[in-house]
Design a protein around this ligand. Sequence first.
Ligand code: ADP
Ligand code: MG
Length: 458
Amino acid sequence: MRQHDKCGLLLTWTKTCELLKKRLHQATFEQWFGSIVPVRLDGEQIVLGVSDDFFADWLKENFGDILTDALSESSGQKFSFTLETGHVNVDEIKESAEIDAEAEAASPAEDFSKNRTNSNGSARHTFANFVVGEENRYAYAAAKTAADTPGVYNPLYIYGGTGIGKTHLLQAVANQVLERNSRAVVKYVTCEEFLNNYVDSLRNKRHSEFRSSVRKLDVILVDDVHMLANKTQLQEEFFNTFNSLYNENKQIILTSDKQPCEIIGLEDRLVSRFESGVTTEISAPVFETRLAILRMMQEGHIIKIEDEVLVFLANRISSSVRRLKGALLRLVAFASAMSNRRITIEDAESLLHKVIEEESASKIISIYSIQKAVADHFDIRVNDILSEKRPKNIAEPRMVAMYLCRKMTNHSFPEIGAAFGKNHATIMNANKKIPELCERNESMKRSLSLIQRQLQQS
Ligand code: ADP
Ligand code: MG
């Protein structure tokens, strides 16, 4: 962007914010406009950066008119706005720039550690604001040990569903390591960013620089390594990176939505590397954890939601912490837009009816309903599925049922094993075999998707 345009952009945005401040409650302004990043001017339109779709929708719906008016007034002509998601707010940028600057000071001028678009994560994700419950206790303790005594649990591999705190823990490690030693070279990176950096380095013929910068790291935190699946060349690079850091006893922490052996298309040598240290699962949060998280979030908010509403949310939303937090934020936003109105359970029910419906739909899928649906589909009995019988017409449906239980419920391998009278290894085996079978067998693939749809609709 040219300097002139940049000045115009900042001027327009600053003036607009001044107008908005006069017209809105301070808390409302802070909540909705404080984190917006002015991106660029596009003719008679300003492009504003916001964090995500939820934020963008809400802003458009509730503050669209006010914002357009203020923009037009401050620029003296008819002016509109568009929103671009994926922007972190200014404080976060400042925080991460500080962290990056520290990392850079210790490790000058290389591509990988200089990368600013990704940071070492948000300084807001710490161990202190991570609520510990039975489902994440072990992962929390392991991450803390890795941060305090790097190299002891190596690699540490944390897996589990989405929105349950994996990224939070990784970033907590990054923050804690830097707090203990500001000269430590710590890198938080998503697997996708690792891929992008690697590809860029090949394109720019800076591959050896990329390599040496990665190898200078003291701690590497790679988020979502299931993304390595089926990317042969990247796996090769990752394997080499892993080995060189591991051999120097540098701490490696990986997260994924699956266990290493469950990642289809991940080379055996990586599976065995990933499994060679400590592997720990985080499962969906229990009620007590969910409520504790909501109560903790209240501490940081100016607008308080009553405890009975929090209990209602914790009861109704159980699949992911991200959803739970989103739900609370939505209520806070509503209260704020309504001049701090008191929020009742009825408000919560109507504002969040979509999320709540989705949650209850995902809950009724029990292990038994899966066994029943599979048995019906293949025209056998549930008792056959639970028996020791081995003919193919029973053994395959049994594996299908096991696979679907893992896929469609939040139960762990041992829990599913118990429900089938088998051990967890049998379930893990089914979980690996069925996708392979589907690749070879079109009719099995169709059966599977049919059963899933039936279960989702029932
Ligand atoms: P994942 O990486 O597993 O998909 P995240 O780590 O991004 O999930 O978590 C989603 C959101 O929920 C984040 O805002 C995170 O801070 C929050 N969160 C998850 N678990 C906890 C917890 N135990 N205590 C506090 N916040 C949590
Ligand atoms: Mg994550």
